[in-house]
Structures are given as C-alpha cells and as structure tokens.
Ligand binder design. Structure first.
Ligand code: ASP
Length: 245
C-alpha cells in the first residue's frame, strides 16, 4: 500500500478495543470507517468471512488461522507463471505441514482452475485435510500422497515447501517429533529435474537448507517479491484505482 502511495493504519488484538471486549464485527466496522480497504489476519478459520458481512469497504483475507491464505495462492500462481511460463500440465508437489498450513489449502483450491497433478508429502498425521482433497477431487484433479521426498522429485515441476506450523501444536514435544523430517538440500536436489522450481511461502525454519539458496531453482525470495506486486495489484483493484494512470 505504501508503494502505491497510500498509507496504512495498523491495529491488533492488544492495541484495539478488542481488549475492552469489542466484537470483531464492530472493530471491522470502525476500521472500515477510517479506511478504503481492510486487510484482516485472524487466528480463527472463517473469521474473515464473518467480518466481511459487516464491512462496507473491500476486505481482504490475509490469513485466517489454519483456514485459508488466498492472496498467497494468487502470488504462488503468479510465481509459477513467471518462473515456468505456464501452470497447465505441471506436477506440483506440496510438502510439510499440510494439515495446519493455510497456504497449501488455498493453493490446492486455486490450482483446480488449471490442468495440474497434485502430490502431497507430509509427516504422518499432518496430511492435507479431507475437505480440501474432496474439493480438489470434485474438480477432477489427480492427487497422490507420498511419505518421502525422494519418491516425488523426478516428476515434480514445482516443489512447494512449507514449515511445520509450530504455533498449532499442543506441546513443544509434539512439534519436535515432526520437524526436520522433510528437508531440501543441494545433495537431495541432484535427483530433481534441472528445470523446476522450489517455492516456499516463508518464513522457512529448517526445511530448506541455506546452501540451496544459490541454486537457480530456488525461487522463494523471487516469490516474496512477486508477492508484493500481486498484493499491490489486488489493493489497487479492490480500491478501484489504477496506479498507472
Ligand atoms: N507466511 C505464511 C502464512 O502466513 C506461511 C507460514 O507462516 O508458514 O501462512
């Protein structure tokens, strides 16, 4: 928003009237009075959709707990198009905490608009939720589940890594059991195609070793930059302004 020449008013649970007991609906109505667009990140799945019913300005879901992260999915598809040229015909492998990671929920749903094959690799118990796999299946998109990265690399055009979502675990011990199992290293990537990309919504923890960063297939920092442009485009679009004119 700042790069578009606009400004930002920021509020969160500790600084807003939420701590005095104000409902989400009222907080959003007030924010909508002060601004042209509301961007809301919330810990509860479905909360942004609920708030949208009370918002008289455009509202963007910036992530709702383990639910969805639609703007990330838009920038992910943009990244694939920039890096590979097309989305159709690709095999896209999503890796990591597919249960709690909202980015992969939105991306899998968005990719059903294309002709793709989806592959999932996750530690046991952290697989893609059934409501997502059922939605994807209903659109006729083939999906396969694997346990090891070694088994998917040869066919993969887009390797979409995600971190284990530590904040969604009951205890540190439970988190420790699942971290560090699926890790991209330069050595592992000798098994992958030469023309493919590794993406990550960031922040990364230990699922991509920093030694891989200099590989041309490491697209995650370029992806972060594309994300800024995609979100600029989205903000201009919903605010009804064309920054180029
Ligand atoms: N930044 C992404 C999100 O907000 C990914 C992550 O946190 O792992 O969901």
């Amino acid at each position: 928003m700042q790069r578009l020449g606009g400004s930002v008013i920021h509020t969160d649970a500790t600084s807003s009237s939420a701590k005095k007991g104000e409902t989400l609906e009222d907080s959003v109505s007030v924010m909508a009075s002060y601004s042209d667009v509301v961007v809301l990140r919330h810990p509860e799945p479905g909360a942004v959709a609920r708030a949208a019913r009370h918002c008289r300005k455009p509202i963007i879901n910036a992530g709702d707990g383990i639910g969805e992260h639609p703007t990330q999915a838009l920038l992910d598809v943009f990244t694939i198009r920039e890096e590979i040229g097309t989305v159709n015909g690709l095999t896209i492998t999503m890796v990591g905490d597919l249960k709690n990671g909202r980015t992969v929920h939105s991306l899998a749903r968005l990719l059903t608009l294309y002709q793709v094959q989806l592959q999932y690799v996750s530690p046991r118990g952290l697989g893609m939720p059934k409501h997502i796999t059922e939605f994807v299946a209903s659109k006729g998109i083939p999906q396969r589940v694997y346990e090891r990265l070694e088994d998917v690399l040869e066919d993969t055009h887009v390797l979409y890594m995600t971190r284990i979502q530590r904040e969604r675990f009951q205890s540190q011990e439970e988190y420790e059991k699942t971290r560090g199992l699926l890790v991209v290293t330069p050595q592992l990537m000798t098994r992958a195609r030469r023309r493919m990309v590794v993406m990550h919504p960031l922040p990364r923890v230990d699922e991509i070793s920093p030694e891989f960063d200099s590989d041309p297939r490491a697209a995650y920092f370029r992806q972060a930059e594309y994300g800024m442009y995609v979100r600029m485009a989205l903000l201009s679009m919903v605010a009804g302004v064309n920054p180029l004119t």
